[in-house]
Design a protein around this ligand. Sequence first.
Ligand code: IVH
Length: 692
Amino acid sequence: MTDKRPQAPADDASRESSVPEAVRREAEELRRELHRHNYLYYVLDRPEIGDDEYDRLFARLKELEARYPELVTPDSPTQRVGAEPAEGFETVEHVAPLLSLDSTQDPAEVARFDERIRKALGTGHEPVYVLEPKLDGASIELVYEDGVLVRGVTRGNGFVGEAVTANVRTIPTVPLRLRTEERPAPRMLAVRGEVMMYISDFLAFNAELEARGLEPYASPRNSAAGALRQLDPRVTASRKLVAFVYDVLAVEGATFRRDWEGLAALVAWGFKTPERAQRARTVDEILAYHRSWEEARDHLDYEIDGVVIKLDDLSAREALGATSHHPRWALAFKFAPRQAVTRVLDIQVQVGRTGVLTPVAILEPVVIGGVTVSRASLHNREEVRRKDIRVGDRVRIQRAGDVIPQVVEVVDREGERGPPFEMPTECPACGTPVVEDGPRTVCPNRFGCPAQLKARIVYYASRQALDIEGLGEETAVLLVDHGLVRELADLYDLRPEDLMELEGFAEKSAHALVEAIQATKRPPLERFLVALGIPEVGVAVARTLAEHFGSLECIRHATREELEAVEGIGPKMSEAITAFFADERNARAIDAILAKGVEPVAPESVAVDRGAAGTAVFTGTIPVPRATAEAAWRSVGGRTASSVSRKTDFVVAGENPGSKLEKAQRLGVPVLDFQAFVEKVRELGGDVPGAD
Ligand code: IVH
């Protein structure tokens, strides 16, 4: 009994041999087929099989993967449905900066751009331009290593963004593995593209949100950007996103001399690229291209806001270089914003979160670019006076992207006109005499004005703050008008019975809202800071404060000097922040919220859940595909990351390791060779397929 012990743990041995070769081959074949049909359907719009057949193949692959979990690779089509929720996104540096574009609406500027380029190229060099539609979506970087998608990163500030890889994987037009029928996959490829939502899908999605009593998104772009930043990839998967890729940011193992070649390679690798991209040599051709898209625009199912003009020759691009935020070799030639003419039915005055009174034109509904507009901001009393806008006037309104529609001008005052608009002298919500602050009119009753409280509740619950589903404007109005909420802290005392008394609430929705509110009791600190509505503190500043100070108490007690010592925080912000916390009524309101058991959680403890086994980063060539090694590490409860930071637990260095190895050594992060990594995985009960 004792002399015949198995050499290796039985577990290991059985794993090695547990996938019969035939099954492995079948899974591989299924993956290949599913990728192909996915590509035919989503990218080429030319399906060869019906949904039933696709579902059958998909179900079979899922079945095999369920039986043999080691068959699951990160690029398997089954991985598109969405992984487990993340606790936060890692911030990573882009392979190359995602610069923005210089833009104009003026054809004369386009001619000057062409002149500058000609001058820079010198005589004898005629420029060739690549022309593409300018897609109005959320910019993204995708990185492939050995043909496999390893990272998707939001634009962020252009230099660093958030790694939203699991979310990007759910987008059907993003290849999880590059197609290699026409050209081999490069060692490394970083591309830039735009994540969009088709207008038809956007309208359907908004209709659904509204039906559920939720706040609709302002534009397809907002909706796409919001979907990309969902912590739960399954939510992203449920939104219909589409990604267009238009630029090779960096490539190793292939060379391009022209953008046009890069574009052709992107097509060959299976990306969806902008429609009707073309080359041009003259300004006239550029103007004609612009005109043709402007005409096509209203019949398109996605938003574009102009065309992009890019120099084709890549070495000339390099010679021209970039300013700090845009390249000199490209120009966005934008369309005039969308406008329509309609009638002013009424002018109402809204009181915002900070007490500012805003006149709002109530309009005869009109559709601009697929969106129905029935209200437009009139900004302030000066603006209404200057434009002399009155009830009964026909006005030109403009909707530019996701901006709140605006009244551009009065086009006809012939109808029956109301009297000139007067700003009320008392707050329409609480009757307090208003005060003038420059062009603004403000209700000074910060803590007693019901309109301000309603707006604060809406803001507290909004997406960028605590994201409380079902707590939109309508509900906030009901809660305040029925006396159920007198300050933010009262939200936490709401009971389903209270809500069921309110119009539009049933048992289920009442319970759901109470649960949604209670679920925000451990909010990420940065979101809680946003929710408080501190002047000058938006999402980015809140994040900086949270990361730097680590606790609400530290931020509340920080001096102006301490605040200004933080990068990105200037005197104006430090003053606003200290004044906010010094106000006793604010302090009491915050204490009241904390007394309900709300505990904001500092960034480290939120975002840095490393998984039990720790975070591994790979560099250099290892004996198995990197994706396989990463999948193996994740299968034993570890996490993987693409760049080395202090949060990295160890780096696996293969042959010809890159700069990640140096960085690891600099930061004192342990470095393992591949064999040691395999042993580590085995110690944790897993295995690395293909390793001996
Ligand atoms: S080229 C640096 N091409 O427009 C030049 N950009 O402000 C690389 N965009 O956020 C960009 N469609 O994401 C390029 N066909 C296209 C584009 C495009 C949309 C976006 C880009 C950026 C914005 C420019």
